[in-house]
Design a protein around this ligand. Structure first.
Ligand code: EPZ
Length: 443
């Protein structure tokens, strides 16, 4: 197992290119199940979650050929065996986003057997809304041996009104699943309380390019007029707003001036606004026409000001940036309050940050962060993907050496994080955990 070894306190300087979005790419890849024609995706990040989705699609009879292109990794998907419809537990347990194959499979192949994802480090994460949505479209759903079995009677789903509101708002992958499935249903589907995340808009744009009739994506009401079949297309995945937000925090925590390229600023207003309140500036440069692919320069005032953050569905503050902003606020000059409204248990980073000298008091879904003058390096444990990114942010500013164990969590969502940061002057390297066995064990 690998660790990251980070010497804190280095200024960053230069430019980082933001990759295509992991969370956009996963349901886009699953949409390859909806067509008999080739689906070509470019700017697909090279990540373990993407490789797991490729493995899953292979088992579901989709051949994927990867090559490098003008816009990063390009993957061409082609159907080779349309009779497969079983997403096995062995793969689903490695990646919850496997559930994104459920809607496309039932819609196109008439039936699906997808292992029910279990809980994960950030909470319980049920899929009841996905299932209720598919039932509303006429699917018959049963649970057998830990697998969801879904069948479309007479082979085709039927358009219907679908309400996707749950106790914590809407569901992103649930919206992707139902919207994708409804493209091939007979008649019109209206999704009410749909997720408004930009990744849903990216998916709708691609499905429309394949011949779907979707309107309203990006708003809470999406209308889908079902069509008989979808064709292939070539689509460039939107840039990763969470990767961009993470590097914004890296620049801010080290008090550096850093340029980000291919940054989806238009999808990042709440994060950028919050940074502004903290005294961190995000200045778009150039006159690029596309507000989803801007270059911008991050800089900051001498002190980081405390703020209040509540995570919310888009366009609110994203839960996927909560840990990174918490790490930054550990070094602010006052008290910040962070409330987690999407995944109330998503605070695994708190105890690890405290090992580095942070002062954080958690009560339920709220954490009060009292800024300290300095963090100190320590051996810490990566838990979920974004919690781990938060530890990297803290380590970049901490005095001394931080060893982050279990960096496979980071590899799920950040392509070449260490070489990107080292390329702008950070002292970060990947090493074999054996080299640091003592510090890992003592932790
Ligand atoms: C997506 O997960 C992202 N994953 C997550 O990113 C992200 O944190 C999350 O959206 C919220 O923005 C991918 O896109 C692959 P949800 P998703 O369904 O769609 C509850 C990362 O770090 N809920 O929108 O699975 C749920 O428990 C990952 O990149 C139900 O109650 O999240 C949560 O409280 C982690 N019933 C809330 O809704 C359901 O059927 C939002 O979850 C579904 C969800």
């Amino acid at each position: 197992m690998d660790v990251f070894v980070i010497e804190g306190g280095r200024q960053l300087n230069g430019s980082i290119r933001i990759n295509g979005s992991k969370n956009a790419a996963l349901p886009l890849m699953a949409a390859a199940l909806l067509t008999d024609e080739p689906l070509i995706l470019s700017d697909v990040p090279n990540l373990s979650d993407i490789r797991n989705m490729t493995r899953l699609l292979t088992e579901l009879g989709i051949e994927s050929v990867s090559e490098s292109s003008e816009h990063g990794q390009s993957i061409t998907h082609r159907v080779t065996d349309p009779t497969q419809s079983h997403a096995r537990y062995e793969i689903v347990r490695t990646m919850r986003a496997s559930i994104s194959t459920l809607g496309p499979l039932v819609a196109k192949r008439g039936s699906a057997r997808v292992s029910l994802p279990g809980g994960c480090a950030i909470g319980q994460r049920p899929v009841d809304l996905h299932l209720r949505g598919l039932e509303a479209l006429g699917a018959k759903i049963t649970l057998d041996g830990g697998d969801i079995e879904a069948t479309a009677p007479n082979g085709r789903l039927i358009g219907a009104p679908v309400f996707l509101g749950g106790p914590f708002g809407s569901t992103v992958l649930g919206t992707a699943n139902i919207m994708s499935a409804a493209t091939l249903a007979e008649g019109t589907t209206i999704i009410e309380s749909a997720a408004c995340e930009p990744e849903i808009v990216d998916l709708a744009n691609m499905l429309n390019a394949m011949g779907a009739k979707i309107s309203g994506a990006g708003s809470p009401r999406i209308t889908i007029v079902g069509v008989e079949s979808l064709g292939g297309t070539t689509h460039r995945v939107m840039p990763d707003r969470i990767e961009a937000g993470t590097y914004m925090c890296a620049a801010a925590v080290t008090g550096s001036e850093l340029t980000l390229e291919n940054c989806p600023l238009d999808a990042m207003m709440s994060a950028v606004d919050t940074l502004g309140h903290m005294g961190v500036h995000v200045d778009a440069v150039g006159s690029d026409a596309d507000p989803m692919r801007r270059s911008c320069v991050i800089s900051r005032a001498p002190e980081i000001k405390p703020v209040q953050i509540t995570t919310q569905p888009h366009p609110g503050f994203p839960t996927d940036l909560q840990a990174q902003f918490m790490a930054l606020l550990c070094l602010s000059n006052g008290n910040s309050v962070i409330t987690e409204k999407i995944f109330p248990e998503r605070f695994l980073h708190v105890a690890e940050l405290c090992r580095m000298g942070a002062q954080i008091h958690r009560q339920g879904a709220t954490a009060v962060v009292t800024g300290v003058k300095e963090l100190t390096g320590a051996p810490v444990m990566a838990s979920d993907l974004r919690a781990s990114a938060g530890l990297v942010i803290a380590a970049l500013a901490a005095k001394g050496t931080t060893i982050i164990n279990r960096v496979y969590h980071i590899d799920r969502g950040y392509e070449n994080l260490e070489s990107k940061l080292a390329g702008v002057g950070a002292s970060i390297r990947r090493a074999d955990a054996e080299e640091f066995a003592d510090s890992a064990m003592s932790h």
